[in-house]
Design a protein around this ligand. Structure first.
Ligand code: SF4
Length: 231
């Protein structure tokens, strides 16, 4: 039986061996190493990562954090992705409480008063519970996303959640990313075309003016910049 310590050692070795791997090489290694025992995270801003993964394994689990606060367009994109990639299995990770139950316990609009707690209840905890069922997860984090992500490795050990984390497009520039979407006709959330460049929950996502940092539209006006998912 493979233990946590074994996976940690595996991640450390792969981190060095795959430091300069292409996205396809990293994903091929993931599929060969973990089989069905990994999940691919998607915020349904686009289907780039799902498209890349399904080229090496069509029947993967795709994790969507169903916070109860998403734009209708994001839910529509999730459903469209499930149609375009029919072999994938969408795993909707939900909080223990519905939004209404959370409002009853903490008061309405917790996201305005304590977004850290709201994200913890609706994203961090459901993510951790879902990831406990797998030995590895794949994310679409890129180094250009934010200064906090500048050193993101392609393979690493995720100490917080206790599993291997693969970031196959970590080195991609915005041009490489947008070229992939254009060349392969990849599904995108329709909100992107009207100025939402980093899409999260509706109450915490704003449009971004041309030339501004894409993530400036997340928790605009607050000091918070990350959900706490990729720390
Ligand atoms: S992004 Fe906003 S609404 Fe969504 S979980 Fe975090 S604080 Fe709550």
């Amino acid at each position: 039986m493979t233990t946590t310590a074994d996976y940690k050692t595996l991640a450390e070795r792969a981190s060095a061996e795959l430091a300069n791997a292409t996205a396809e090489e990293a994903l091929r290694w993931t599929a060969e190493t973990f089989g069905d025992d990994f999940i691919v995270a998607s915020n349904m801003q686009d289907a780039v990562l799902v498209d890349l993964v399904t080229k090496v394994k069509s029947d993967v689990d795709v994790l969507f954090l169903e916070t109860g606060y998403h734009f209708a367009e994001t839910i529509g994109t999730r459903d469209a992705v499930a149609t375009v990639y029919p072999d994938i299995r969408i795993v909707n990770a939900q909080a223990d409480q519905s939004v209404a139950e959370q409002d009853a316990e903490y008061g309405p609009k917790l996201h305005e008063r304590d977004p850290g707690l709201c994200c913890n209840l609706r994203k961090v905890v459901p993510l951790r519970k879902t990831l406990a069922n797998y030995s590895a997860w794949v994310t679409g984090v890129r180094r250009v996303d934010a200064p906090t992500r500048a050193n993101t490795p392609i393979v690493t050990w995720d100490d917080r959640n206790g599993l291997v984390k693969i970031n196959p497009i970590a080195p991609w520039t915005d041009d490489e990313f947008n070229d992939y979407i254009a060349e392969h006709g990849i599904l995108q959330n329709p909100l992107v075309s009207i100025g939402y460049l980093s899409i999260g929950c509706a109450p915490c996502t704003a449009k971004v003016e041309p030339g501004q940092d894409p993530r400036s539209g997340r928790w605009a006006g607050q000091s918070k910049t990350e959900c706490g998912l990729h720390g």
